[in-house]
Design a protein around this ligand. Structure first.
Ligand code: B16
Ligand code: MG
Length: 213
């Protein structure tokens, strides 16, 4: 049997866009216009590493306390953007995908780099669907390190070779591969090298494919 490990932002809900809007606002304060290309590199990257990346792009330095304060401000803006999310705010095909997982009784874990993962999952009404939830609070090393997915695999009791990861970020696909897992890319092949298949959303996944693994 194959176990599934899902990323959250950009796979289950469109929170990747809300992260972008919050970072864009902060980058503008540094005099830098954040682009969609920059954003591709931020997907799946932890909050602190994302800020370090933006500071480099903006050629800006902050003191430790300014750095910490800006992390808090970015998160406050993000929380404001997600506060009205509800069960209808999932990406296309998500309800059908979860119905299939339930029908087939497939083990399911979450592997997210977000400290807000459980809160977002609760808002969209999917927290109970998971056998295990691993977020940034559970791991020392974020994606592209494999710790997030290895911890998830361990919690559901499956070896990496029997886990299939669904990811919208390059860092996440790399993390899955580094952990000895296969990954399905949610997005364009050029943005997600190494994934064994690319789809636009979870609804396009054909569960018969699991028999080939
Ligand atoms: P937070 P995922 C990641 O979540 C996002 O892709 C990334 O853009 C964000 O910076 C990171 O979580 C940290 O999120 O600020 O909420 O802790 O895609 O791994 O589910
Ligand atoms: Mg993601």
């Amino acid at each position: 049997m194959i176990a599934l490990i899902l990323d959250l932002d950009g796979v289950i809900c469109d929170t990747a866009h809300f992260h972008f809007l919050a970072w864009e606002r902060l980058a503008a304060e540094y005099g830098y216009q954040l682009t969609q290309d920059d954003n591709e590199k931020l997907k799946g990257v932890s909050r602190a590493d994302s800020l370090k990346f933006i500071l480099k792009l903006a050629n800006k330095t902050l003191t430790h306390s300014e750095f910490d304060a800006d992390l808090v401000r970015k998160n406050e803006w993000y929380l404001e953007l997600v506060k009205d999310m509800g069960p209808s705010d999932v990406l296309p095909g998500v309800p059908e995908f979860f119905a299939q997982v339930d029908d087939l009784k497939l083990p399911l874990a979450l592997g997210s780099a977000s400290k807000n993962a459980t809160m977002v999952l609760t808002r969209v009404g999917l927290v109970e669907a998971f056998d295990a939830i691993v977020d940034a609070g559970h791991v020392k090393q974020g994606k592209p390190h494999p710790e997030t997915f290895l911890t998830a695999a361990d919690m559901i009791g499956f070896p990496p070779s029997q886990c299939l990861v669904f990811e919208d970020s390059a860092a996440g696909v790399q993390a899955a591969i580094a952990g000895g897992m296969r990954a399905i890319g949610i997005g364009k092949p050029e943005d997600l090298p190494g994934a064994i298949m690319h789809i636009n959303n979870l609804g396009e996944f054909d569960f018969d494919f699991l028999d080939e693994l």
